[in-house]
Ligand binder design. Structure first.
Ligand code: SF4
Length: 60
């Protein structure tokens, strides 16, 4: 199971990064979030999934 972000859907709101900075960070342009720890089991990942306004985060 891996955490993934749909880059086409992400609007770069940074909410996931604020909630879970060990797992998500903004890309070089600051426009999209990327996953830095796809195997994380941290609870904040689920919180980010639930909070993302465009439902761009999932576990595949
Ligand atoms: S919370 Fe969703 S829309 Fe916002 S930066 Fe993260 S993945 Fe992108």
């Amino acid at each position: 199971m891996a955490i993934i972000i749909d880059a086409d859907a992400c609007i770069g709101c940074e909410t996931c990064v604020e909630l879970c900075p060990d797992v998500f960070e903004m890309d070089g342009d600051g426009e999209k979030a990327i996953v830095t720890d796809p195997d994380s089991t941290a609870e904040c990942v689920d919180e980010a999934i639930d909070t993302c306004p465009v439902e761009a985060i999932s576990k595949g």
